[in-house]
Design a protein around this ligand. Structure first.
Ligand code: GUN
Length: 285
């Protein structure tokens, strides 16, 4: 039976440690500030944004939640980002994705100052990640790394298979694993005979966004299975990409949904925001 890796508990520990760092920063006259922009009324995004606001409060980060109407124009959003780029009290800027269809998402992400890009989505920060020169860490992949470290698992020498090639998760996940000496395979919707590849994985990371997509026949016995999915099943219940009921008896480790990767993603966002505030302070001195 797979051992559960408790992301909620690990995230709580990270946030406690960050709260101490925030206290020290406040003594030096700096309160880390995070601006979170959400456009429109995507219900899943609303939940994510609320979780970020709650975590910011726990850590002592000043959060500025900006909810814009669906009909906001690209120019209006860019003007707001420019204003936040200039605001010395804001150390992190995050635009919740997906944006409504009329936005040019790439241009929006490019407008965020790389120094405040706490999601690490700006091409400049993506480039830093590629060469292993980390400043801002990509939140979900960094959360996965932190989770496996807390469980005492090292990717070194392991065959890690990442299912999903998004810019947010799949690609940066592969890089972080590679930098810790894993042998990495990235799979996606066009991969031929996916189960034959995933069955080779010592560690399987699924980030496809499809409920119960990873079944027991796709998992090598004893494998570490990391579930990045956040989906709804046929009854509307929250579930991951992994069919936990069938995979649990096969895997060595499994992250639950909810309570696995999700809370770690948010904790890493807080870590990036505190890092940004500290870096700004150091550059001022
Ligand atoms: N939408 C889903 N995941 C994310 C994330 O990590 N950051 C942002 N900004 N939007 C998201």
């Amino acid at each position: 039976m797979a051992q559960k890796i408790d992301g909620k508990a690990a995230a709580a520990r990270v946030k406690e440690e960050l709260a101490l760092q925030v206290c020290k920063l406040r003594e030096l006259g700096v309160t880390p500030g995070l601006a979170v922009i959400m456009v429109g009324d995507n219900p899943a995004s609303a939940v994510y944004v609320r979780n970020k606001e709650k975590a910011a409060q726990q850590v002592g980060i000043q959060s500025k939640m900006i909810h814009l109407p669906e009909q906001t124009t690209q120019a209006q959003l860019l003007a707001l980002i420019e204003e936040l780029n200039r605001d010395a009290g804001i150390h992190g800027i995050l635009v919740q994705l997906p944006l409504p269809d009329h936005f040019d998402e790439r241009a929006v992400l490019l407008a965020i100052s790389p120094n405040k890009d706490v999601d690490a989505f700006h091409p400049q920060n993506v480039g830093h990640i590629m060469i292993g020169d980390y400043g801002f860490l990509p939140c979900t992949p960094a959360g996965v790394m932190e989770l496996i470290h807390t469980a005492g698992i090292s990717p070194r020498g392991k065959h890690c298979v990442v299912v999903g090639r998004s810019n947010i998760v799949g690609k940066p996940m592969a890089m972080l694993l590679l930098h810790e000496d894993a042998t990495v395979t990235i799979c996606h919707s066009k991969t031929a005979d996916l189960p034959s590849v995933t069955r080779q994985a010592d560690m399987l990371v699924s980030a496809v966004g499809r409920a119960k997509f990873i079944t027991a026949d796709m998992v090598k016995p004893g494998a570490v299975v990391i579930d990045v999915g956040m989906n709804r099943d046929e009854n509307g219940k929250l579930c991951g990409d992994v069919d936990a009921a069938s995979v649990e008896p096969v895997a060595g480790y499994l992250t639950p949904v909810p309570g696995g990767v999700g809370p770690m993603t948010v904790a890493m966002l807080m870590r990036n925001t505190v890092f940004s505030a500290r870096r700004q302070l150091e550059n001022r001195n």
